[in-house]
Write a protein that binds this ligand. Sequence first.
Ligand SMILES: [Zn+2]
Length: 678
Amino acid sequence: MVGLIPRNFIDDIISRLDIIDVVSSRIRLKKAGKNYSACCPFHNEKTPSFNVSPDRQFYHCFGCGVSGDALKFVMEFDGLEFIDAIEKIAGDLNIEVPREGNDQKSREPQYRELLSLTQKSADFFEKQLRTSKDKNKAINYLKDRGLSGKAAKFFSIGYAPPGWYNLQNTLAPGEKNNSTNNKTIKQLISCGMIIESDKGHTHDRFRDRVMFPIRNVKGQVIAFGGRVLGDEKPKYLNSPETPIFHKSQELYGLYEARQIRQKLTRMIIVEGYMDVVALAEYGIHYAVATLGTTTSEHHIRRLFKVVPEIIFCFDGDSAGRKAAQRAMETVIPALQDGLQARFLFLPDGEDPDTIVRKEGKEAFEKRLDNAKGFSEFLFDTIKAEVDFDTLDGKARFGKKAGPLIARLPKGLLKEIMTNSLSQETGIDKETLAQLLPEEKERTNRHDSKASTAITQPNAKSKSSLSKPQTNNLAPTTQETAYHAEATDTETAHHHEHQYNIDSEQEIDIDDFIDSENPTLAQANRTPNTKENSKENKQLASMTMKALTLLVKFPESAQHINLLEDFEPEDENERLLCETLKKLKLNPQKDSISLLILWTGSPYADYIKSIANKKLDFTINQDNSEYIQGTLQDLKLRALRREFRSLTDKVRLLSFKGLTAEEKTRFVALPKQLKKHKK
Ligand SMILES: [Zn+2]
């Protein structure tokens, strides 16, 4: 008989779940401010009222009222019972589910106790940096690298003194591995702090090293990186995989970056912890490092949840180039529209740590600003591999670039790169279409039974570097693209035919690309962000005020008109609209009656807190006028954004490149904008 799943295993697995991962691997989410929205998978609707909050880790549908956490979503969406949902989630995370009563019981991870030991180890190392008789070695090393005590403290950097038993004797005093009294030692082995030899002899893993504690997203110390001070090898030593530390999932510095009270707009991925710390010392608080592994898709997706732009930073040598290429392949499936990946190469022999000390913050940030965009990097890299001036080289170029582009998620970037590829190689669009089969679109389903079948094709793909994608995209492309390398005349002829300047061709590439201005740089063009952020800030504050007024004076709703076709972008906007809707249906005179309308929703507490807040601002308008004005401004911003993105698309693809629906919008928008401006 199968035993019970241990309670602490369930707790742990739930705590590791990120609701955004869970939901976005099942339905397509759109970023809306801090939150994400989608058309509700549990009821039929055309405009999205299903909201997911990464901060609060829950989902809520304003249409049908469903809400819950990540686990509940899996149960409801996949149609699973509790235990089956846990099994499913564990499977997705690649974790075996332990069962009580089986022999696994003895191996059952005791996460909490392990976490307490890694924290105690961190405290011990930090103390040693102040008290050890050998501390000066470590302090001098840090000073040499330009580190201040403040930065060392912020990252909780410590020192593991020389000697084999310092940590062991401190955390497990009096215990012997071969006795019955060895619980702590066993746990220290389990969390990687102590090494056990064949004969059962144990000693500290980290000796005479500067210690960098690695924290998970919650800030708990889960592992360490150690930089050697003596001659020992290796130079950098990391904790091994343990029940609490999974290298491919963690990023050094991510927790710390989020602690700095500044808005993150981009993140840099660097190689080592010293790079992260040095950059932070120089005021660049947005660097993270992978931990002795290559960047995984999991890393990338995690970062894209925090920022829309990732910059990979590499050495300029050939190893760096290779690593960059791997990173490029890994990032492809995650590049939804609106997300950017860029590639920065440092001069030979430099790393971020050395260069930021030499050049300072501004110069380094200038390098970041000039980092290569994704499409530029992809095309340049492949061009460098082929003899692009020959027909044969062009064929190879198409063959290499095609499958990569095919793996991009559907969207503007993919469209643009497909067009560029067509232009660069002279392969007509129809041939390319065969080369690049569309990714099957993921749609939201209303039938929860059937929906288990739609899993995201890319989400679970391990590293795409070692193993070619096994989904339906790339491999077949490679096979059918060109039947053989064009070395003999027969195949060369075949190619000629494909490149064609086929006059009967229906689609003219020039219809898609403004041939005078085909630069890819345009694809990466970002709108004037400074102006936007000012407007956004102002609107956010107005929205908060309007919501407060509405909650405090619900009767003002009666003089306000609801907006049509308006899609809120964040939680407050959403709550403003939804509260208004509720009040229109059920007019209320006071906050308490309004609160009752929100009972049972996860937002009830938030609305209550607003109702209880003291009014700390004044407006020189009637309440309803102010709320109505705010709504108009929100709508105006949405219209302007829509128009801007369509204009961009027209610029890149010409008017013909729009879908029928987009064309109608494009023509109608200027009128609407005019109307709203009044
Ligand atoms: Zn719903």
